[in-house]
Design a protein around this ligand. Structure first.
Ligand SMILES: Cc1ncc(COP(=O)(O)O)c(C=O)c1O
Length: 432
């Protein structure tokens, strides 16, 4: 399997855009995150144009920047006309430093600190998505001191939870995120917001039903439940909710058997659900937002590693060790995330060896992938792990004091560093 913007060259090497990955590996070293700018921009455009088509400008796609946050991505997303969502002071700071317009930033998080909320209100972010009762009081206090009115949405648990291959449409009360509708806590949140109406404008509701979802039905179900909730807020409190944010979660291709739908398909079906509910409740169609993260950057990314030791344990397995690991990709250790691994020097060769790709960290669980088929691999070969653009760099750590890899952006036949490789000096810069 290859992702968009990738091909196998005549020399048998993997190419990203028009760049031979072995050239990238020798120029920048490994491990190395490589992102393809054209793929990112195409994904942004697919969401933006589908929104134009089905909502006629009455909506916006926000990039969920937890998936991949650095200055350059905010610049690209801004140019593509999307908003962004942030979940911490650090992501917000990065977006602002990149020149992102504050009014197109939504601020999320189930436990934002006082200082983070103050920062967001001072910057003038578009909306704060409130996720606990205490937040209303804190926002109101800060807004009052700054003589501002702050627009908020409430994060709702719609009772739909979807994972990759199945979904549950019952109570999802047991989640640290949001307020449930079924036990009325969502209504208590509305009442709380109304207590602070001098400084808080409640005009949005938000939900996010999960991640890496291929099935469009749970998205449409969630949209309908949220629209019923919006109608009930109007009926009970006379409050008009003008923005419906339906979160992210659109699935991407990690392995051959993954079959993502095209984004337009989701948006069409969900917009039908929203519009018919608006009609049923005699309401205006709200401004609709979504927050794709993985689907913007995931398939655009590849991680390159150099193979070191190879340990063949007869009758057990073969460990192929690489020069990175759980510090740059924690997702297999965290939840056994599946990936496609390619020997980037022998991308045209048959994958005849079953191996386990191990990292270099001092943890037995430091594996990138178990029991994958790859071409005959030798020390010094370059391995490419595909679809690592989301939740890899953004989840990276310095475990074992291993510096984080650089991030290189490829565009056609050009490439540039967008995040420098950390140095040993960087590792001790905050040590006293
Ligand atoms: C509130 C919210 N919005 C958007 C996203 C992005 O999800 P994805 O990357 O699956 O599109 C997440 C992911 O956890 C989320 O929690």
């Amino acid at each position: 399997m290859l992702n968009p913007g990738q091909r196998i060259g005549e020399n048998g090497h993997l190419f990203i855009g028009e760049c031979d990955v072995t050239t990238l590996a020798s120029e920048y070293g490994t491990p190395l995150y490589v992102m393809n700018e054209n793929v990112i921009r195409n994904n942004c455009r697919a969401f933006v144009s589908a929104f134009d088509k089905y909502y006629g400008g009455n909506g916006r796609a926000y990039f969920a920047s937890k998936a991949f946050s650095c200055l350059e991505i905010y610049r690209i997303v801004k140019e593509e006309g999307m908003g962004v969502d942030v979940v911490s002071g650090g992501e917000l700071y990065t977006a602002m430093k990149a020149g992102f317009p504050a009014e197109k930033i939504n601020f999320h998080g189930n436990n934002k600190t006082y200082l983070e909320l103050k920062m967001a209100i001072e910057y003038g972010v578009g909306k704060i998505i409130v996720d606990n009762y205490e937040e209303f009081g804190t926002i109101s206090e800060i807004a009052k001191a700054l003589n501002k009115k702050v627009e908020v949405a409430i994060r709702i648990k719609p009772g739909v939870e979807a994972h990759t291959h199945d979904y549950i449409k019952t109570g999802q009360i047991d989640s640290k995120f949001g307020f449930a509708i079924e036990n009325e806590e969502a209504y208590r949140a509305v009442e709380k917001a109304l207590e602070y109406k001098d400084n808080i404008i409640l005009n949005g509701v938000h939900c996010h039903i999960g991640s890496q979802i291929f099935d469009v039905v749970p998205f449409a179900d969630a949209a309908e439940i949220m629209m019923d909730f919006v109608a009930e807020i109007r009926n009970r409190y006379g409050v008009e909710i003008i923005e419906l944010n339906l979160g992210g979660g659109f699935g991407i291709k990690y392995i051959d058997s993954d079959e993502p739908k095209n984004f337009e398909n989701y948006i069409e079906i969900v917009s039908d659900a929203v519009k018919s509910k608006a009609k049923e409740h005699s309401m205006k169609v709200p401004f609709v937002s979504i927050e794709p993260g993985r689907s913007i950057v995931g398939e655009a990314g590849v991680t390159l590693y150099t193979v070191g030791g190879i340990k063949n344990i007869p009758g057990v397995r073969t460990y192929v060790s690489v020069d990175g690991g759980m510090g740059d990709n924690i997702r297999y250790a965290l939840y056994q995330a599946e990936y496609t691994v390619i020997n980037a020097l022998k991308a045209d060769k048959e994958c005849i060896n079953k191996v386990t790709i191990a990292g270099k960290c001092c943890e037995s669980g430091d594996l990138i992938q178990e029991n994958v088929m790859i071409a005959d691999t030798l020390p010094g070969d370059i391995l490419a792990v595909l679809s690592t653009g989301a939740y890899n760099y953004s989840m990276s750590s310095n475990y074992n004091r291993i510096p984080r890899p650089a991030v290189v952006m490829v565009k056609d036949d050009s490439h540039r560093v967008i995040v420098k490789r950390e140095s040993y000096e960087d590792l001790i810069k905050n040590d006293i």
